[in-house]
Design a protein around this ligand. Structure first.
Ligand SMILES: Cc1ncc(COP(=O)(O)O)c(C=O)c1O
Length: 393
């Protein structure tokens, strides 16, 4: 194909409506922005007026598309966002997000300090050494930077041990290029119905903050809660809550369902690409781990594990087709999977199946997949990466 023909195709594609673009797709993710707005409002309704809602949109907003969902979250009432890496923060700035962006992860190199300063991001400092490095690099640049101090109160991940909070904060306070924006910690067991460990972490956090205050170091902002803590105990809310999963309409634990009503934001759909009949005794897909015990009508669907459908769901997955549950058969492959559609009459290639989402009164959720696999819904959502186009509803 010569270039001029190629560019004509490109122009056609770009000017086309989303609906006809959709008809060219083999698989996609649908993002329901009204569900997103509902979830922000439902969460804000359980917060004190003084408590701000930070949207955790790391890992491309748990598979929902960070640049795509950030404006809706901010318009609906979130006042800041959090990501894990400098790259994720830069992507948001390039995508037009002007709100404060907290980087939750480690950013220990001089190159990261420069990028953070350049793009107006807010790093987490987790050690005195990191604070000293930041101050040195920022002095070379001649700029001052707001930073968030992280305490380890029991997660045993990033952070200064809670008993060293005062010495850490006074070191940072005396470094001329750094300004403390908040002091925070992260809970390890907030989704456990037994609150004992969470309460112990809260006690340690409170003790550290009380000590800071007694030394005249009053932090401007305190935060501790993720989704589970936000839903389970108001005393954990402080000045700000860092909420991820609940914004996307999923519950961190079954016992938290009664607290508020959340709406799932993401649906995953794919198109049937071929329908055929196989005789009894025919193996299906790699390894022939499924073999037909009678003649079967099967459908090939254009989605696979490279799109975020875990291969370990092979022979255990069910999808929705014309409002009915249909079993998936054989190994899920990189880009395709097969269904037993023997009970569906007159099926044609092009029909759409729902892998996650609702049809009529049946819904399939990331929790269903997570329960089958013995993992958590966070991991399922993060599996939907850029390969699937995101269609906004
Ligand atoms: C430090 C921190 N805060 C908040 C969150 C949000 O957690 P959740 O998605 O459970 O609300 C995370 C997510 O992993 C996190 O690492």
């Amino acid at each position: 194909m010569v270039w001029s023909e190629k560019s004509r195709v490109k122009t056609y594609w770009e000017s086309d409506s989303w609906l006809s673009q959709l008809s060219c797709q083999r698989a996609w993710v649908e993002i329901d922005h009204s569900a997103l707005r509902h979830n922000v409002q439902a969460i804000k309704a359980i917060l004190q007026p003084k408590t701000q809602l930070m949207a955790v949109i790391k890992a491309d907003a748990y598979g929902h598309g960070a640049v795509n969902v950030a404006p809706t979250l901010l318009e609906a009432g979130c006042t800041s966002v959090a990501v894990a890496t400098v790259g994720e923060g830069i992507e948001l700035r390039k995508g037009g997000v002007n709100a404060p962006i907290l980087i939750l992860g480690a950013t220990p190199t001089p190159a990261e300090v420069r990028a953070i300063a350049l793009w107006g991001l807010e790093p987490t400092l987790s050690s005195p050494e990191q604070a000293l490095l930041y101050n040195r690099v920022l002095q070379e640049l001649g700029v001052e930077l707001g930073v968030h101090l992280k305490l380890d109160t029991g997660m045993s991940r990033l952070g200064v041990h809670w008993s060293e909070a005062t010495s850490f904060a006074s070191l940072v306070k005396n470094l001329p290029s750094l300004k403390i924006l908040s002091i925070y910690s992260h809970l390890a067991t907030a989704d456990d119905p037994n609150p004992e460990m969470m309460k112990l972490q809260q006690q340690r956090y409170q003790q550290a903050i009380a000590q800071l205050k007694s030394q005249g170091l009053t932090p401007p902002c305190l935060h501790l809660a993720n989704s589970a803590a936000t839903l389970s105990d108001r005393s954990l809310h402080y000045d700000l809550v860092r909420v991820g999963l609940a914004l996307y309409g999923l519950y961190p634990a079954p016992h938290l369902r009664r607290v508020l009503s959340l709406h799932p934001v993401l649906e995953v759909k794919a198109r049937i690409t071929q329908v055929k009949t196989i005789p009894k005794g025919t193996g299906v897909s790699y390894g022939h781990h499924f073999s037909s015990d009678r003649p079967l009508k099967i459908a090939v669907v254009g989605i696979g594990y490279a799109d975020g459908v875990p291969r370990n769901l092979s022979n255990k997955l069910q999808v929705l087709l014309r409002g009915q549950l249909v079993p998936q058969i054989g190994a899920i492959t990189m880009d395709q999977l097969m269904l037993d559609v023997s009970k569906i009459p007159d099926l044609q290639p092009g029909e759409v199946v729902t892998l996650l989402g609702r049809e009529g009164n049946i819904s399939l959720t990331a929790d269903d997949w997570a329960n089958t696999l013995g993992t958590i819904s966070w991991e399922i959502l993060c599996g939907f990466k850029h390969r699937l186009p995101r269609i906004n509803r």
